[in-house]
Design a protein around this ligand. Structure first.
Ligand code: GDP
Length: 613
């Protein structure tokens, strides 16, 4: 066979062999796999029109493309897969109970409390704790360790329930986005005087996407004007139909403040668990679990609250939790008592780890200290590599056609955020009516009014969804997070354009020539009036950098107020400058556009030509 060359550089050439590379691998990693010189791969990339250094980590697409060029089939290995393989190489399997059916013993359900802000999540978690104290616990709960367990009597039987003590769905989705399942049942708190609100729906959609059954706690029934019946009606629209109306969701009217009907709520949780879940685990094996919350304690070192999921965790066990490891020196339960062991669904604070693991990291008991250390070190190294892989493209509109053809996904998951509920609904129903053939389903995982939030990005990460912002933008750190995690967020200001683009993408016809790249955001702290220049915005650069002569849009409360503006003037103190970076203050002049207010955000961007894969 003739040695192929590109631009005079001899190319290593495969025979269609498959090579496996971790996500975020560099050309050097690639070269090592095929026994080639990294410099030759750099040359190949250059010929393909991309400047890449040998050690820089590159996107999945680049690795695949490079492979194709040299006749290799590249298989990208996800971090989750890699971890599974790492554990396998030590003969460890995470997530499966050892032994057969007969080894399984029932375990308490693990519950997360979710709902709209101010609807009483924290108060409810407190109330549930107190119920338990009244039930005869000595000492009471003094320690907030991130989770606690309570007892309740159902049909004459003593039953336990474990509560994750961080209200809200952020923790829940953050863990899920990392592939960890911490929760069996969600309690959705809805204030009866306020009804269903945006975060109620958000929480509900997160729970649904995770396949977690929901029990609805209709709270604040003591408040005048409380209308629990209305809440039932509202939630029907979202597929939660109360049992008394022929559905299968249990609704319990409570007052977290007065401690009313908390017992009934606990009973509903147990009954829902019994009816729809098979919660059993093998308590007689090496423990496995998940870290819920960890921190560095001044006196005690790294401490981590872990939820045991199977097996029994004991003092003296050698454990590895994420990239931390060590021997369990001591364990404390949710009442601050020292305990010797923890069985499935029990949360305990573990002392003795080398460093602080992350939320959602798995805990595994291993036979030898050496094994624990090796696993932890391998994971730490991988984390470092992955951190370099900045753009982990998940599903994006550009490559949708390819992924669909490859059979990698059969459905297009969407999250729709907009500036008004009417527009969001209109967009959703038009999208759902798109005729896209038999093979693909369009699923709207979540819709809502308001800016694209970190929680939306979390949901998108967990479900490989594309986010659509209609007349709204990403709020706070959501844009950076999307960029980092490779979540495709699309902004539109015309409904039919959104529809056309999605339709085109599904048919593989999308041909975007330019893409918008966010450069930086500036928060307006002050407005100065100048007779000569009009209004000048005194700003703090919140992210990225703001450059003179770039395009900008103005956001107020996450909504787009003005498009197509230009950064005409940029100043630091008295000097004209060409750019200002994150963390610095300065002055921005938007030309003859003067409608600016304190707290508005100026988001700047640039149109860059986009290579079509
Ligand atoms: P969260 O944001 O969902 O955690 O809400 P909180 O638990 O902080 O409660 C918000 C406010 O509602 C607080 O002032 C609580 O005291 C109050 N609250 C919570 N539950 C009840 C209730 O059942 N009745 C009344 N009247 N007030 C409640």
């Amino acid at each position: 066979m003739q040695a192929p060359s590109v631009g005079g550089v001899m190319l290593p050439r495969g025979n269609g062999d498959t090579i496996r590379l971790s996500r975020g691998a560099s050309l050097t990693d690639f070269a090592e796999k095929i026994g080639a010189n990294p410099a030759s791969l750099v040359a190949v990339m250059m010929n393909l029109g991309e400047m890449v250094t040998a050690t820089q980590s590159v996107s999945d697409d680049t690795l695949t493309m490079l492979g194709e060029e040299m006749n290799y089939v590249v298989q990208i290995v996800s971090p989750e897969e890699e971890d599974r393989e790492l554990l396998e190489s030590f003969d460890i399997e995470f997530g499966e109970d050892e032994g057969g059916e007969e080894a399984l013993v029932s375990r308490p359900p693990v519950v997360t409390v979710m709902g709209h802000v101010d609807h009483g999540k924290t108060r409810l978690l407190d109330a549930i704790r107190k119920t338990n104290v009244v039930a005869g616990e000595a000492g009471g709960i003094t320690q907030g360790i991130g989770a606690y367990q309570v007892g309740t009597e159902v049909n004459g039987e003593d039953r336990k329930i474990t509560f994750i003590d961080t209200p809200g769905h952020e923790a829940f989705t953050a863990m899920r986005a990392r592939g960890a399942k911490s929760t069996d049942i969600a309690i959705l708190v809805v204030a009866a005087n306020d009804g269903v609100m945006p975060q109620t729906i958000e929480a509900l959609n997160h729970a649904k996407a995770a396949g977690v059954p929901i029990v609805v706690a209709v709270n604040k029934i003591d408040v005048e004007g409380a209308d629990p019946v209305k809440v039932r009606g509202q939630l029907t629209e979202f597929g939660l139909v109360a049992e008394e109306y022929g559905g299968d969701t249990m609704f319990v009217d409570i007052s977290a403040k007065q401690g009313l009907h908390i017992d009934s709520l606990l009973e509903a949780v147990v009954l829902t668990a019994d009816a729809s879940l098979d919660l059993r685990a093998n308590p007689n094996q090496d423990a496995q679990g998940i870290a819920i919350e960890s921190h560095l304690d001044r006196g005690r070192g790294a401490v981590s609250t872990v939820l045991v999921q199977r097996g029994t965790l004991r003092i003296g066990d050698t454990v590895v939790v994420g990239d931390a490891y060590g021997r369990v020196r001591a364990m404390l339960d949710d009442k601050g008592n020292n305990v010797e062991e923890a069985t499935p669904s029990t949360p305990v604070l573990v002392l003795g780890l080398t460093n602080v693991p992350g939320a959602g990291d798995n805990l595994i008991v291993v036979d030898e200290d050496r094994t624990a250390r090796q696993i932890a070190e391998k994971r730490a190294a991988r984390e470092r590599n992955a951190a370099f892989a900045k753009r982990v493209r998940r599903v994006s509109l550009e490559d949708l056609d390819k992924v669909l053809k490859a059979g990698l996904v059969q459905e297009l998951n969407l999250i729709i955020k907009g500036d008004a509920s009417g527009a969001v609904e209109a967009l959703e129903s038009s999208l759902l009516q798109l005729d896209v053939g038999e093979e693909v389903d369009i699923r709207v995982l979540h819709r809502g009014v308001g800016a694209v939030t970190e929680s939306d990005i979390d949901l998108a990460m967990g479900s490989d969804a594309i986010v659509i912002g209609y007349n709204v933008r990403a709020a706070g750190r959501a844009a950076q997070m999307a960029e980092r995690e490779g979540v495709d967020v699309r902004y539109y200001s015309v409904i039919y354009q959104a529809i056309e683009e999605i339709e085109a993408a599904l048919k593989g016809l999308l041909k975007p020539e330019y893409e918008e790249v966010e450069l930086g955001t500036a928060e307006i702290r002050e407005v100065f009036r100048s007779s000569k220049l009009g209004n000048i915005a005194g700003v703090l650069i919140r992210s990225g950098e703001v450059k003179r002569n770039t395009k900008a849009r103005l956001l107020r409360d996450g909504k787009v107020i003005a498009e197509n503006l230009n950064i005409e003037g940029l100043r630091r103190f008295k000097d004209d400058v060409t750019e200002i970076r994150e963390g610095y203050e300065g002055g921005i002049n938007l030309g003859n556009f003067n409608d600016i207010k304190i707290d508005d955000v100026i988001a700047t961007y640039e149109m860059r030509e986009k290579p079509r894969a």
